[in-house]
Design a protein around this ligand. Structure first.
Ligand code: ZN
Length: 459
């Protein structure tokens, strides 16, 4: 294999310019989800990115197929049922309004990094896979099994692309996606989203309105409320008992407006955040405004393991459950809350629901919406995962291991799929943010990694 590996390394080196040009063609297309139209299930731009990608693959001599603008497939060989699938996506998240130092839809090379929307998620990794396959083809590396590269266009908005394809065609038995991180993600917790309502009993010291959080899957950084019959000094005193937040008060028309500020974090890793909504609830209960302590007791400030909601649990493969009360509103009568839960793979949506209904009911609140997906777990000691880890160790020289995450990757709903790359945990690549980037070194290394994995799995 060493001879092939050397040749592949050289091939990637010699073709880096073309790889960058290919990526820049793709970054140019703003493939954010758009309005559905006949033949364009996710809008025109994701379809345009897919067509461009398939056209490039066709020019390289691959057999390609566009599955009605949901996904495209590129087979390494024109014949033979594929036993390995690789899954990437060409849709991207919106660019947001601020902070880009370069045009987001123009790939920019600066100090060894490629900047642009999609550079790491997931256009860059898709180009690395394509060139890994191209290297194997051009160098005539002969394998006994076929590989199918599946490129989708709806990963960022619920993966309806993959659901469509799975209805039409069976996925290869072995499947990995370069849309997560190295070494191998084989465990993804289950996920629940729910809503509840609570009608507080209010007194003279009262809450007029409250609004906190804007997305259900993040620790809320902001919660604004308006109080009546409460002094600013009392609020400030209460706020001092809530570490890590800042509070701003302003009187207006006889009411006291209070802005609570915490720190945002992804709901799958809530410990990095400071929850402004549960901080506001704690302040309300310290001030004895209404009976909000009932909700504050369920979702105490500083707690993210669901203990007081009765759902604290963990297992060896996935770690601990996380619970974030992420959105809240109060209109003067009803408090409405939303939460995000990531639970261990050994539990289930139903088990969590039964417990939570009890504890929330006991607090005098009512669950009004509840839904989720079960966890995803692939045997970390099976041949497939072990072989991917071998590739990882061989290419990086680092020790391989399986990891569990709280989020769901592209393969969450598939049977036996894992995430393999394309980033390293801790990389500062600004995924989903401004100045998204990937290093040229990683771009090339990923191509070598995927070529190596294909050879090991399909030789
Ligand atoms: Zn992605």
């Amino acid at each position: 294999m060493d001879g092939a590996e050397l040749k592949i390394g050289k091939f990637i080196e010699n073709n880096t310019g073309d790889m960058i040009r290919t990526l820049s063609e793709l970054v140019k297309i703003p493939s954010v989800k758009g309005e559905a139209e006949p033949n364009y299930p996710f809008g025109r731009e994701p379809a345009r990115a897919l067509e461009k990608f398939l056209e490039i693959a066709r020019t390289m001599g691959f057999t390609v197929k566009n599955h009605e603008n949901h996904v495209g497939t590129i087979d390494l060989y024109s014949e033979g049922e594929p036993t390995l699938g690789i899954l990437c996506h060409l849709d991207v998240v919106p660019v947001g309004n601020t902070g880009w130092r370069t045009p987001p839809f123009e790939l920019t090379l600066s100090r060894g990094y490629l900047y642009g929307r999609g550079a790491i998620d997931d256009k860059g990794p898709a180009v690395s896979v394509l060139y890994a396959m191209y290297a194997l083809k051009k160098l005539g590396v002969s394998l006994s099994q076929n590989v199918r590269f599946i490129v989708g266009t709806d990963e960022e908005n619920g993966s309806a692309d993959l659901a469509y394809y799975r209805k039409k065609e069976a996925l290869p038995q072995r499947l990995f996606t370069p849309d997560g991180s190295y070494p191998v993600i084989n465990v993804e917790k289950g996920m629940i989203r729910g809503e509840f309502e609570f009608v507080p009993t209010l007194g003279d010291r009262t809450l007029l309105s409250l609004s906190g959080g804007d997305v259900v899957n993040a620790v809320p950084a902001i919660c604004d409320m308006s109080l009546c019959g409460v002094d600013q000094s009392e609020v400030e005193k209460a706020a001092r008992q809530v570490p890590g937040i800042s509070v701003e008060c302003a009187e207006k028309d006889g009411a006291l407006n209070v802005g609570v500020r915490g720190k945002s974090a992804h709901a799958s890793q809530p410990n990095g955040g400071v929850n402004a909504v549960t901080a506001a609830l704690k302040i309300l209960s310290l001030l004895e405004v209404g009976d909000f302590e009932k909700i504050s007791t369920l979702f105490p400030f500083g707690e993210s393991d669901g203990e007081h909601a009765g759902v604290k649990m963990s297992d060896d493969v996935s770690g601990a459950l996380t619970l974030v009360h992420s959105i809240a509103s109060f209109d003067g009568k009803t408090y409405r809350g939303k939460f995000d839960i990531r639970f261990p793979v050994t539990s289930s949506v139903e088990k969590v629901r039964v417990t939570l209904e009890k504890t929330i009911g006991k607090a005098g609140a009512l669950i009004t919406a509840f839904g989720g997906v079960e966890g995803h777990c692939v045997d970390g000691n099976g041949d497939f995962v072990k072989t991917l880890l071998e590739s990882y160790e061989h290419i990086t020289g680092k020790r391989g291991r399986c990891i569990a995450i709280g989020g769901g990757t592209y393969v969450h709903e598939t049977e036996g799929g894992v995430a393999f790359g394309a980033e390293f945990i801790g990389d500062e690549n600004n995924m989903h943010g401004a100045n998204e980037r990937m290093s040229v070194d990683l771009f090339k290394m990923n191509a070598r990694m995927y070529a190596d994995a294909i050879i090991r799995l399909c030789k």
